[in-house]
Ligand binder design. Structure first.
Ligand code: ADP
Ligand code: MG
Length: 697
């Protein structure tokens, strides 16, 4: 059986070495198995043969048996076309050809019976069809077709006669040779309980279903299998990690307790307290913590990071906190240094713009254990950054960091891996979190600190400019501050900068005497820091910037956010940006300014923002609009390539898959029982599996 699936595609009749190379380079298909798992994206319904008299012209496709009348040329030269009429017993429809006319004239024979297929159109009340597919019809040899699969193809493949349908002929040929039994990794009791069809039936039916329901069942079964195997791997490797990766035991809590008692600037929300308990229980366990802390913008993740760093200090060990931008690293530094000062936590900052002299002394202090918490950007990953004893790595706004970077932080401690706490404000829909972060434990802060008023969001267009300005004016008169943000699109940095500068100028003119800040990616980092600091202190009233302010910046007094060219932003980014306001007790506002004419998708994005402040709801919409590929930086990391399941729409199947994986691994962790045998075999040969069952036991 394995031989069948592993046979090289070139040995399939009708392929040969030349097409085999194309299959490889264009579609990544090397073997019979690869082609069998190349699924059609739609089916042509050839299950019925219609009668011309019943047609409405609105059908997606029609299939008729009949014959042509005379082929009548019309037009001249390159505009030459052919017209004819196609008759069955019940009547006729018009047929047109606009290209390949000479060939049609020669090959299509009036008076011969054809099977005709195509999409009808309605023109001035009569039904016609252009360029139908034709096949000679012979009542004796005719085999009724059902649903004909259509595969996506490429220009190159099409030039070699491998179009979306001819791939189907190859698949059909292969299916004729499919072994009569093929091993099925899904245990019998799951199949029964979920009424899943066998793998063999699924493979056959997904390509050539007898009905659309059969195709649906085949898809459901194959999606389940894909997600089920994935979940088994994730859950299993999480179990192995837990068992195999020791972690520093955190047992003392003196400083933490003191800070809690005397210096905590506010009462923690219940959600924050809950998360602290989850973290502490990991840190005591003796195994390495790998935890993802998810909390909407403004939910208060920073204090969690700080309290956890205090715990590390209590064990006489060090913490590093890595932020994605310099601005954010600065802000964390300022805030945590202030907190730290109250309790004797020594905080330092290391970024790309730290001077050579400062860097040298920081690195020395770090090695000697004179620094408890080091805050920085990517610069922290560099090899020369060595700690005395690093026991905790905190990564803020995780979506900007790749998995590989995370792993490099792990190696910063000689003997034992540091605990890892990843914090993200990108609310990840549950289905995605279950899948992408199966290897991390999940903590969620699902409430905002008390007294926050939901941000009021409105949509405006360029025509509302005067109103927008007078609104900002009022906010400033009431003592508030405002952001005006312009999109930054990598490819057209210059253009965006121009938008930003034009905007800055018109704001300067509209607000004479009001101190302004400006911030963009091409400024030197000390200039950025200076502008940011002025705004934080309230010396400037309006911050005109690109999206560099997006991540994490916290200025509670800023209660107005104007997003220019809002249609150019993705949902996740809009939500992040809006999260910069609504941090104090004042009512906050977000104005999304766009041009008048919007694509439907842009409309959906803006409407979603206007309708809700709930990051999880927004993430769900985002997932539906964009698909899971782009979210959470997963695309670059290539962690997950799904063939058939779609995380945006197959959440229910995923949850079943997770439930069953957990059940099976709980009952039979080694998968050594008879009924799990083919499942285990499948996991061992599964491509790209880095999953080593032999490590166990
Ligand atoms: P984020 O989760 O987006 O990183 P921050 O940690 O920056 O949020 O917190 C947002 C703001 O809320 C900060 O000004 C912070 O001091 C404040 N904050 C955090 N937790 C609480 C709380 N429990 N009660 C009141 N304010 C809080
Ligand atoms: Mg933050």
């Amino acid at each position: 059986m394995a031989e069948f699936f592993d046979s090289k595609i070139e040995f399939l009749k009708g392929v040969g070495p030349k097409k085999a190379l194309l299959f490889q380079s264009e579609l990544g298909i090397y073997t019979f198995g690869d082609l069998l798992f190349y699924f059609p994206f739609r089916y042509e319904d050839r299950s019925k043969i219609q009668k011309t008299k019943d047609l409405t012209g609105f059908e997606d496709s029609i299939q008729l048996i009949g014959e042509f009348g005379e082929l009548i040329p019309a037009g001249y030269g390159r505009k030459k076309r052919l017209e004819s009429e196609f008759f069955d017993e019940s009547g006729s429809i018009k047929v047109n050809w606009f290209s390949g006319v000479n060939w049609i004239e020669k090959s299509v024979k009036p008076g011969t019976k054809y099977l005709l297929y195509g999409k009808p159109a309605l023109f001035k009340g009569s039904i016609s069809i252009s360029h139908p597919e034709l096949e000679k019809y012979d009542a004796f040899t005719f085999q009724e077709k059902k649903f004909v699969p259509v595969y996506s193809s490429t220009e190159k493949l099409k030039r070699s006669y491998l179009d979306g349908k001819s791939i189907g002929n190859l698949v059909q040929r292969m299916l004729e040779k499919l072994p009569s039994t093929i091993s099925d990794p899904i245990p019998q009791d799951i199949k029964e309980s979920l009424r899943l069809i066998t793998k063999r039936d699924a493979i056959r039916q997904i390509h050539f279903p007898n009905s659309l329901e059969e195709a649906r069942q085949a898809r459901r079964r194959l999606k389940f299998e894909e997600l089920f195997l994935l979940q088994l791997k994730l859950i299993r490797s999480k179990q192995l990690n837990k068992k195999n990766t020791p972690g520093k035991v955190f047992s003392k809590t003196n400083t933490l307790a003191e800070f809690y008692k005397s210096h905590l600037p506010f009462t923690l929300t219940d959600a924050q307290k809950h998360v602290m308990r989850e973290i502490f229980s990991d840190l005591k366990s003796g195994f390495q913590m790998n935890r993802l802390l998810q909390g909407d913008v403004g939910s208060g993740k920073t204090i969690i990071a700080f309290l956890t760093a205090l715990l590390a200090k209590d064990q006489n060990t060090q913490t590093c906190l890595m932020a994605p931008t310099e601005i954010l690293a600065n802000q964390h530094f300022q805030k945590l240094q202030e907190f730290g000062g109250k309790i004797g936590l020594r905080v330092a900052k290391l970024t790309g713009s730290t001077s050579g002299k400062d860097r040298k002394s920081i690195l020395e202090d770090l090695k000697e254990g004179q620094i408890d918490l080091l805050i920085g950007t990517h610069a922290l990953i560099e090899d020369r950054v060595r700690f005395k004893e690093l026991s905790l790595c905190i990564i803020d706004e995780q979506h900007r960091f790749g998995v590989a970077q995370r792993a490099r932080l792990w190696n910063k401690n000689e003997n034992i891996y540091p605990h890892i706490l990843v914090m993200t404000a990108t609310p990840i829909p549950r289905t995605l979190a279950l899948t992408f972060y199966g290897d991390l434990d999940l903590s969620i802060i699902d409430e905002l600190p008390e007294g926050r008023k939901p941000i009021i969001t409105k949509h405006a267009t360029d025509r509302d400019r005067i109103k927008i300005f007078s609104f900002i004016k009022k906010q400033i008169e009431n003592g508030g501050q405002a952001y005006v943000v312009y999109p930054l699109i990598e490819e057209s940095k210059k253009l965006d900068l121009k938008d930003l500068m034009d905007g800055f100028e018109s704001i300067s003119r509209a607000f004479p005497g009001v101190p302004l800040s400006i911030l963009h990616g091409q400024m030197k980092s000390d200039a950025k820091e200076y502008e940011m600091a002025r705004f934080v202190k309230g010396e400037t009233k309006i911050m005109v910037s690109t999206t560099v302010i997006e991540v994490g910046v916290d200025v509670p007094n800023a209660s107005t956010m104007i997003i220019e060219n809002a249609e150019k932003f993705g949902l996740a980014q809009l939500h992040q940006l809006r999260g910069r306001v609504g941090r104090g007790s004042e009512q906050s506002y977000c104005l999304l300014v766009s041009k008048e004419k919007l694509t439907r998708e842009a409309q959906t994005r803006i409407k979603t923002m206007v309708d809700t402040n709930d990051g999880f709801k927004i993430a769900e919409v985002d997932l539906k609009l964009r698909g899971p590929g782009d979210l959470a930086g997963t695309q670059q990391s290539g962690e997950l390539v799904l063939k058939i399941a779609n995380l945006a729409t197959d959440g229910a199947i995923l949850i079943e898959a997770k439930k069953w994986s957990e059940k099976i691994l709980a009952e039979d962790p080694e998968l050594s029982s008879e009924q799990n045998a083919s499942l285990k075999r499948m996991l061992l040969i599964h491509k790209g599996t880095d999953f080593n069952w032999r490590m166990v036991g």
